[in-house]
Design a binder for this molecule. Structure first.
Ligand SMILES: [Zn+2]
Length: 232
């Protein structure tokens, strides 16, 4: 009978706790600082359009969507999607998130290298993501010697993808902070500090995702190397 490795359980529950903690922190920061109105009176949609205009970006559409914090920039369709709370919101959290998504549109316009790498890696990462459950559930029990190297490779791809995501996200947040200060959409002092807390908490979720992918990748690599040693 296949026994469950205690180290695997530790990594599984440890990374799950880390990602829950990161998402709890971002939700908490958002709930708190979305109550802080921006004295500029601008909404997320207004600042997004303003930033795009100031940078001569005319082919990106700003639109709203349902689903709190489902905000993203879609480079394929050149669409900047803000959740309704941030689209219409005139608080510092809404402006921070909108400016962060504009940061991605600026990266796209300026052919920022990590964003190009990330876009190139989306396809393979999606494929790998759909393979992992089959290999992890089925093949791992039937033929662990084949499954473990495949899992190591798959989680290696996921880890690299999460690693590339880090500069993309940190750069978008740095751009957002600069732009909001320059345009005066978020006032210096308390407003800027509150906005920064939301964006920094959001950045932590990407760090958590990278650490989880790295730990899982190393686990399978270690298993693969250990398995080979046993054969000698
Ligand atoms: Zn982002």
């Amino acid at each position: 009978m296949y026994h469950i490795d205690p180290l695997y359980l530790l990594i599984f529950f440890g990374t799950m706790a880390l990602s829950l903690f990161a998402s709890w922190r971002v939700k908490g920061a958002y709930a708190r600082y979305s109550q802080v109105p921006a004295s500029s009176g601008m909404s997320g949609a207004e600042i997004a359009q303003r930033i795009l205009d100031l940078n001569g970006i005319r082919d990106v559409t700003v639109r709203s969507t349902h689903g709190l914090l489902s905000d993203h920039y879609d480079p394929t369709n050149k669409t900047l999607v803000l959740c309704e709370e941030n689209f219409y919101g005139t608080n510092v959290a809404a402006l921070g998130v909108a400016a962060h998504e504009c940061g991605h549109a600026l990266q796209h316009q300026q052919l920022y290298a990590p964003l190009q790498w990330r876009m190139a890696a989306v396809g393979i990462t999606t494929v790998v993501g759909s393979i992992i459950p089959f290999v992890g559930m089925g093949l791992l029990y039937l033929a662990p010697k084949i499954a473990i190297p495949i899992l190591a490779l798959c989680f290696g791809v996921v880890m690299v993808f999460q690693l590339i995501t880090l500069p993309v996200e940190f750069d978008a947040t740095a751009r957002a902070k600069r732009i909001l200060a320059q345009t005066g959409a978020v006032a210096p002092g308390a407003e800027t500090a509150a906005m920064s807390k939301v964006l920094d908490a959001a950045a932590l979720t990407y760090v958590a995702a990278f650490i989880s992918a790295l730990a899982t990748f190393l686990y399978y690599v270690m298993h693969m190397l250990g398995g080979q040693r046993n054969d000698d």
